[in-house]
Design a binder for this molecule. Sequence first.
Ligand code: 13P
Length: 288
Amino acid sequence: MLVSATDMLKKAKAGHYAVGQFNINNLEWTKSILLTAKECRSPVILGVSEGAGKYMGGYHAVVGMVNGLLKDLDIDVPVALHLDHGSFEGCYKCIEAGFSSIMFDGSHYPIDENVAKTTELVKAAHGKGMSIEAEVGSIGGEEDGVVGMGECADPKECKAIADLGVDFLAAGIGNIHGKYPANWKGLSFETLDAVQQLTGELPLVLHGGTGIPADMIQKAINLGVAKINVNTECQLSFADATRKYIEAGKDLEGKGFDPRKLLAPGAEAIKATVKEKMELFGSVGKAD
Ligand code: 13P
């Protein structure tokens, strides 16, 4: 059964580790992530962007697929199904469709409007026992059409949003979706520290988990990050393994063109990436 992400992230913050949010795109992605979480005895959050939700057929299709896999694969670790960078309308659709968690990305609204909309959605999500993430500042780069300039969050605005009762908060600290450019200045630990000082026990979220060096991940966890989002890195591993399979001509040998064979190296590569991240974030063995 799907669970809200509140308890797993409270435990992570108290235990000084982070739970990974891995974005899903299709059945292979979802199966690989869930099986790895089970093998690693790790809690996990499945992230769904609005674009990926549409690609998979719609939010009801996503809920049906995930609930079916939890049952058929006997997934006995905590799993949350979370809308990633949701619009106001998208959040309502996922509340209705049976997600267990939502993110409202109101970071592009003036702060008063972000506060008003977040307040309404906190009530709607909590009324259904779901968790809700909000965002202040912005995550640089582009993800599925959501573009951010990468402004660092204002810690006072973070406190204002935290006080609305959100369960975890994404604060922009110089993080970027996609690959980090060679001239990236790194994470602003000064901002993260100031945000944590004002928001206390609230679990903080680090978006743009692809390509952040291990020492920065560790430092971010020490400063209150309890959820780390990874999307691009699974896409890169999947594409790389699939390219190798095709370049080696394996799709032309026997029944190598069978989608179950063609997609298998990519699916295995996602498993390896997710395991590596769970080890790095310290969530292995924390499910029980
Ligand atoms: P990456 O694509 O950089 O891994 O970021 C994922 C993310 O933050 C999802 O919201």
